[in-house]
Design a protein around this ligand. Structure first.
Ligand code: PLP
Length: 456
């Protein structure tokens, strides 16, 4: 029987033979096996060789309350025994979904009072594409169906969500849906040139207005963006950016969709990233931190007016696992823990200032050009020349990959996006965790720097 007790090499060989990894070159697993993660607790993972690893990514930006909370396991067990599955199609509902929806309506800002569930963030964004088009069609404007989003934005991997996203490598593999338009991201460090961050933030936001005028006000249905772009490199926008985006959406009656899949549930220091950047969206996409990753669940939280218009007709859309009772019960328990244990406030007030001070000090490393963090999501930009903000001679991402490998070897999970290194730790990170993160990150940066210098 295949179990944790098998030799690592045997598990790796079976994995390479039969399991296709996401976002990976499969052939690599034959020569270098995947690390087998066997258990987790708090902010730490253990692999099959017994190594203890500090997880500064909270899995895939999702394990906000940390690993190993028995309460969630117990709630899932009880819910599986009582009602393991039912759906909310065709005039049925169930208590976990009722309770979770009411709680989300309380937590979400303004009149975001209605939840349409999905199994993941990608599915929720597919819902959003269909929902905003249906909304405008219901209002007699079926041609108002173009959605504007941003280059390097990430909104998921399904055809619809991938199309909303602005990842050129994903688009190049085909299948992009029609009527999605991308504007540039507000990445001041890489693209700001001689402009101040404030000027640059305005310039990038005004690209939205230009796009609306070019495409036609009566054609643009919505603008979607992450409050702070995550998988695109944790790009913290200049302060002028979001107020200008908001002004433009209001002026042209464009629905604003905040993709809160990463930013939601405390990652930026508030319940939602929209609150941190000061916007009131019409729709928010949620997933990940909603259940701290313990069970798959996502959704769209929708404002009163949009819900009313969409609800006035039959919106032919829904997923078998939408609002799954076990996932909903787990999510509700996760929200209870976040709230009652004051995890978001504690993270914001007691840990985030120290994390910021330590993390942003990495900018003194010879290979780091920028280090920025908001709440518990941050990134550093790697460069061979801080003054000119130059790119490395090697293909983009090569040095980032080397750094990630060094972190991995030093039992630290950080991620690289091109030549940026990212963190998104669990919100239960302690000061000791911060110290360990920084010492392992510095060691890994030093090793990568030595390798890059040696290889020219
Ligand atoms: N939206 C954002 C901002 C994300 O970061 C992600 C995943 O990383 C998604 C959507 C897709 O979510 P999922 O992987 O649950 O489909």
């Amino acid at each position: 029987q295949i179990s944790n007790h098998m030799a690592t090499a045997e598990l790796q060989a079976l994995d390479a033979d039969h399991h296709m990894h996401p976002f990976s070159t499969q052939a690599g697993f034959k020569t270098k096996g995947a690390r087998v993660i066997t258990r987790a607790s708090g902010t730490r993972l253990w692999d099959s060789e017994g190594n203890e690893i500090l997880d500064a990514m909270a899995g895939l930006w999702c394990v906000n309350i940390g690993y190993g909370r028995d309460e969630l396991a117990e709630v899932a067990y009880r819910q599986m025994k009582e009602l393991p599955y039912y759906n909310t199609f065709f005039q049925t509902t169930h208590v976990p979904v009722i309770a979770l929806s009411a709680r989300l309506a309380e937590l979400a800002p303004g009149d975001l009072n209605h939840v349409f569930y999905a199994g993941s963030g990608s599915e929720a964004n597919d819902t959003n594409i269909r929902m905003v088009r249906f909304y405008w069609a219901q209002k007699g404007k079926p041609d108002k169906n173009i959605i504007i989003s941003r280059k390097n934005g990430y909104h998921g991997s399904t055809l619809g969500a991938m199309s909303l996203g602005g990842m050129s490598g994903m688009h190049a593999q085909g299948g992009v849906v029609q009527n999605v338009h991308h504007i540039d991201q507000p990445n001041w460090w890489a693209e700001g040139g001689d402009m101040t961050p404030e000027e640059f933030g305005l310039e990038r936001a005004q690209q939205l207005e230009k796009a609306i005028l070019e495409l036609g006000e009566d054609r643009v249905a919505a603008f979607i963006a992450e409050p702070i772009q995550g998988a695109g490199g944790v790009i913290v926008p200049p302060e002028t950016y979001w107020p200008e985006i908001k002004r433009i959406c209001d002026k042209y009656e464009i629905l604003l969709i905040a993709d809160e899949v990463i930013c939601g549930f405390g990652r930026t220091g508030q319940w939602f990233g929209s609150q941190t950047v000061g916007i009131q969206p019409h729709i928010m996409t949620i997933a990940k931190g909603l259940s701290s990753g313990y069970a798959p669940i996502g959704g769209s939280i929708v404002c009163d007016e949009v819900a009313e218009v969409v609800g006035s007709g039959e919106f032919n859309h829904g997923y078998t696992y939408a609002g799954h009772p076990v996932s909903a019960a787990v999510a509700l328990e996760n929200l209870r823990i976040l709230d009652e244990e004051k995890i978001i406030e504690t993270a914001r007030e007691q840990i985030a200032p120290y994390l910021k001070q330590q993390f942003e000090a990495l900018v003194d490393h010879p290979m780091v050009g920028e280090a920025k963090i908001v709440g518990h999501m941050g990134s550093i930009a790697l460069t061979p020349n801080k003054e000119t903000r130059a790119k490395f001679a090697a293909e983009a991402g090569t040095v980032g990959y080397i750094c990630r490998e060094r972190c991995f070897a030093n039992n630290l999970i950080m991620r690289h996006v091109g030549d940026r290194m990212i963190i998104s730790p669990p919100l239960v990170f302690t000061r000791d965790d911060v110290d360990l993160l920084i010492s392992r990150a510095r060691k890994s940066l030093d090793e990568a720097y030595a390798k890059v210098k040696a290889e020219g």
